[in-house]
Every structure is written in C-alpha cells, then in structure tokens.
Design a binder for this molecule. Structure first.
Ligand code: 13P
Ligand code: SF4
Length: 330
C-alpha cells in the first residue's frame, strides 16, 4: 500500500480531522478534510466534530485553533513558523508602544489590531489592550470597527496590510522605524515594520510586464503585497477570495495574473492563470510539511505519543481568545 493509501486508512480509523491551508504542497493538500483561508480554517476546525485536529499550515494557525477550542488536541505535522509572525514578539510589541509613548501617544489613545499571522502571545497583549485580531479577508471591516473608538490604530505585524487598508479607507498610515516620527504622530494607522518575504517578491514592474504582454489581463493580488503592487491591481483579497474571483467571478477566457504563493496559483493553472513573478514564490515554511510528516502525526495519535502537540498557556489562551472573539463579533 502506498503512503497516501496508508494515510487515508488511518484517517478513517482515527477520530481526526486533517486541515490544510491553500499554500500546502499538493500531496498534503489533496488529503485534507478541510481547506480554506486563515479565517475559514480557524472557524471550520473549531466546528469539526473530532477531538483531534491535524493542522497542515504554519504555527499561528494551529495556535489559533487551540486558543479558540482548548478542549481539542491540535497537532502539527511540522511546527513551521510563518516568517512574518516571527518578526514580532511581546518584547518588540512593547518596544514599539514605548516609542509611541515617548512621542506623546499614550496607550489610552491606541487601539491595537493584530493580523492573525502573529503568535498567541502577541494576540494576548492585543486582547489585554481591548484590541482585535483580523485576517486578510476581514481587515477592512475590523479596521473600520476599530476606528469607531476614535483612537489611533496600532497595526501589527504586517506593514503592507496596514498601509493598503489605510489607503483604501482614505486614511494616513506610517510605519514605526521607517517613517519620520512626526508622520507617525499624525497617522491614523500606525504600522509595525513587519512583512511577508514571499509577497515582497512581487513588484510593480511585474504587473507592467504582464499588462504590456497581454493588454486585457487582470491582476489579482493578496493584500500582503507591497502598496505599489496593490495600487495597480484589479482585485485584492484573501486566498479564498482570490480563488472565488478567479474560478467564479471571471469568465474562463479571461486571463488573470496572480500575486500570491506558488502552490495555490499552480492549482488554478487551467483557469488562464499566470503567476506574477519570474521567480517561484513558494512559502518556505508552508512547504516544510510532507506526506511522511502527516503519516507520522497520524501514527502518533494511534500510539498515543501525540507528535508536535500545540500547547498554549491558560493565561495566553484567555487574553488571545478575547482578541479573536472580538473579531468574530464584528
Ligand atoms: P489567508 O488568510 O488569505 O489565507 O492568508 C494567509 C497567509 O499567510 C497569506 O500569506
Ligand atoms: Fe507567512 Fe508569508 Fe508564508 Fe503567509 S506566505 S505563511 S505570511 S511567510
């Protein structure tokens, strides 16, 4: 029996749901019970009827399920960490607040919003300050909700997401450590200086190249792309929103060039779809998970050794859940 068949057999035998993000390798993705963007995966995993969840994705995704459903056992075939989420920890978060405080912006004047691509510890800090979590599919809504507080938004860790949505709403953004402190002081949305190295690979020149080659082509990108790229795009959305746009909203003849991770775009190649980069934009950590890892994790449920179980401190669960639930309320 080949490995895929062995995995299918174990899945049938065990009380487990296999969850995979769109950026996973095809071999892993094809065996998942649940797929989706970050928000959908969090919701669907929590609602899954099984006690065990095997999450094929990056660390913050598995952690979010554990925070929302601590009674479940969450295992990750690889504890792969999103490079952007790694750019901020509680120390950096507090260091940035200190810079803002020294510039005359007190914590009472700040409402923090963290992109879901952050550790549970950072989410907990945001929860303690009355803030929200957001994802790429709902950032516009959550930022608008946050602005109702009349406070400045401190957006972490993705500066591009903060800058892109500020522009969309028509507000001023500035990045701590990059922009002049006077600009930071007068900004409505203050961004932490983090980014996704994969989405940084797409450039405005790549857009120009495709538009020159195929004048009728449309450009669809993820909001983690640089604002100079997003500005030139016809559609901006989360991974699920991009898939829906390409497979449901566009006619099959419509050419579209896509600015997001390779594995996902490659699965859409029959839909007149091109990848917006001359290099192969693979997410290295998403690609770490292999069929063998998935098989070993299933075996570990069978023998009770529970490989790579996600554990989050009770206190962190408590405050991170507050920030996540605030997002769900909106
Ligand atoms: P989505 O929530 O759009 O799936 O994005 C997750 C991510 O990490 C994109 O790089
Ligand atoms: Fe993180 Fe970027 Fe990979 Fe998404 S593509 S998981 S933001 S490193």
């Amino acid at each position: 029996m080949d490995l895929k068949e062995k995995i299918k057999q174990l899945k049938n035998e065990l009380d487990v749901t296999v969850v995979a993000h769109f950026y996973q390798k095809d071999e892993v993705f094809d065996l998942a019970d649940i797929t989706g963007d970050s928000l959908e995966l969090a919701k669907k995993s929590v609602a899954a009827p099984t006690q065990n969840i095997i999450f094929c994705g990056v660390g913050f995704m598995g952690q979010s399920v554990k925070v929302l459903a601590p009674q479940k056992r969450v295992l990750m075939p690889k504890i792969a960490c999103c490079a952007m989420a790694k750019m901020i920890d509680v120390e950096y978060y507090n260091m940035n607040l200190k810079i803002l405080n020294e510039a005359g912006i007190s914590n009472e004047d700040i409402l923090p919003i963290t992109y879901i691509n952050s550790s549970a510890e950072v989410k907990a800090e945001v929860g303690k300050m009355g803030g929200f979590v957001c994802t790429s599919s709902n950032a516009y809504k959550i930022i608008n909700k946050g602005l109702e507080s009349g406070k400045k938004i401190f957006f972490v860790p993705d500066r591009c997401l903060g800058q892109n949505f500020a522009k969309q709403i028509g507000l001023k953004s500035a990045v701590v450590g990059i922009d002049d402190i006077e600009d930071v002081k007068s900004a409505d949305i203050i961004c932490f200086n983090g980014f996704c190295s994969v989405h940084q690979l797409f450039t405005p020149e790549d857009v120009d190249f495709y538009k020159q080659k195929y004048p009728d082509i449309l450009v669809a990108v993820h909001p983690e792309c640089d604002p100079a790229v997003v500005e030139k795009a016809d559609f901006v959305g989360s991974t699920s929103q991009l898939i829906k746009y390409i497979t449901e909203d566009l006619s099959p003849e419509q050419k579209v060039v896509v600015g997001t991770e390779f594995n996902m775009v490659n699965r859409l190649r029959e839909k007149n779809t091109f990848i917006l980069s001359s290099t192969k934009p693979e997410c290295p950590t998403m690609n770490e998970t292999t069929l063998e890892d998935l098989y070993d994790t299933l075996l570990s449920i069978k023998d009770g050794s529970y490989k790579n179980e996600i554990i989050v401190d009770d206190d962190v669960v408590h405050y991170a859940k507050i920030a996540l639930n605030r997002m769900f309320e909106v």
